[in-house]
Design a protein around this ligand. Structure first.
Ligand code: AMP
Ligand code: ZN
Length: 139
């Protein structure tokens, strides 16, 4: 399995950096975004390091996509958003800031301003609570 020692998401996969983990299986890891744009902002990554859509293997993508539906359903049950945005950025010009493929699940509400990023750290207690609740809703 490919691992980049300079990649923060690889460090999370290997347990060398902390994350509020929601779910993992052989191929995919799911955790809370540490700078949530909205309550419940969740990321899915392949465990095998790849930079973006163009480097990702079809098998890793297929597995992650199937998992995303389960996580989205659990996330919706927990935070009850009015909508759910799914996005994935490729290259700095597209706004990608972490160069390990990831899919964003972003709960949305009608009156909320549309944004892809924020610099405001999430409340660790809330992130932990959400990770636990989404994880439980997956069962
Ligand atoms: P992107 O701009 O699509 O590359 O998104 C990268 C996302 O990763 C941003 O939403 C960041 O808030 C998030 N992020 C960066 N570092 C961490 C981390 N250590 N744990 C959780 N999320 C992170
Ligand atoms: Zn990586």
């Amino acid at each position: 399995m490919a691992h980049d020692p300079n990649c923060i998401f690889c460090l999370i996969v290997n347990g060398k950096a902390d994350a509020h983990k929601v779910y993992e299986d052989e191929h995919t890891l799911v955790f809370m975004d540490i700078f949530p744009v909205s309550d419940g902002h969740t990321l899915l990554i392949p465990k095998d390091h790849c930079q973006d859509l163009f480097e990702a293997s079809p098998d890793a993508l297929a597995s992650l996509m199937a998992t995303s539906k389960c996580v989205a359903t659990a996330l919706r049950a927990v935070v009850e958003p009015e909508g759910l945005m799914v996005f994935q950025l490729n290259g700095a010009a597209a706004g990608q800031t972490v160069f390990h493929y990831h899919m964003h699940l972003l709960p949305r509400w009608v009156d909320q301003e549309l944004a892809l990023h924020t610099r405001v750290l999430g409340d660790p207690a809330r992130l932990a609570e959400l990770a636990e609740q989404i994880s439980t809703a997956l069962d």
